[in-house]
Write a protein that binds this ligand. Structure first.
Ligand SMILES: C[S@@+](CC[C@H](N)C(=O)[O-])C[C@H]1O[C@@H](n2cnc3c(N)ncnc32)[C@H](O)[C@@H]1O
Length: 201
């Protein structure tokens, strides 16, 4: 993964293809998880409004992103509220949580991992970074979604494929399909899944 690529992409500000004014599908799926607000991480959160929305709901939020430009922009937009969120510059295929989270959210990050090694590293990080009983809400391009994003190839998923890519110890509880309309008016088909980390026996 390439920090320079992502920093350059964010020079487009709100014109980035993944921009959404409100993270409605994510919030809907997070509500379905039925968790009491605790510790949440938005993996590859970029400049998404989700962190601020979760913070407002009482979550203790960490945003991890490889792009320092995105993290700077996100903090600028949140103003004083930015100090209530932890901002981490890192690569999710290498970074490990010190303490597991209750909620792991990823919109349009895992689908960029096109090698088995990177997917395995992510899956291991997810297992270590999510407490038993916690929920992962992961949105990727759907099986009939775009084949590329931000000039990079992606891997597309049906919810069941996502579950098998992330390995044992997770249960698929719910999924939805939705269409994201890019700032340029293009339509992108997504799936969003709610995966529960199973309790250890
Ligand atoms: C398509 S954007 C989605 C951003 C955000 N989740 C949203 O919905 O607005 C992908 C994001 O993942 C970040 N990213 C890409 N590869 C990453 C990696 N290996 N580790 C952490 N962040 C990464 C990018 O910098 C970018 O912010």
């Amino acid at each position: 993964m390439d920090r320079a690529h992502w920093n350059a992409a964010y020079c487009a500000g709100d014109r980035v293809s993944w921009f959404e004014a409100a993270p409605e599908a994510s919030l809907r799926m997070i509500a379905r998880a039925g968790l009491v607000p605790g510790r949440a991480i938005d993996v590859g959160g970029g400049t998404s409004a989700l962190a601020g929305r979760l913070r407002g709901m009482g979550w203790e939020v960490t945003v991890l992103d490889i792009s320092t430009t995105a993290l700077d922009l996100a903090q600028e937009r949140l103003g004083a509220g930015a100090s209530q969120i932890a901002w981490v510059a890192g690569d999710i295929t290498r970074w490990r949580a010190a303490v597991p989270f209750d909620l792991w959210h990823d919109r349009a990050v895992f689908h960029f991992l096109t090698t088995p090694e990177d997917r395995l590293a992510y899956a291991n990080g997810l297992r270590a970074g999510l407490r038993p009983g916690g929920a992962a809400v992961i949105a990727t391009f759907a099986e009939d979604g775009p084949e590329r994003c931000s000039g990079l190839p992606v891997r597309r998923y049906a919810p069941e494929d996502l579950l098998s890519a992330l390995g044992a110890g997770l249960r698929l509880e719910a999924s939805e399909r939705f269409v994201h309309v890019t700032p340029g008016g293009g339509e992108q088909r997504f799936q969003i899944s709610l995966l529960r980390r199973e309790k250890e026996q």
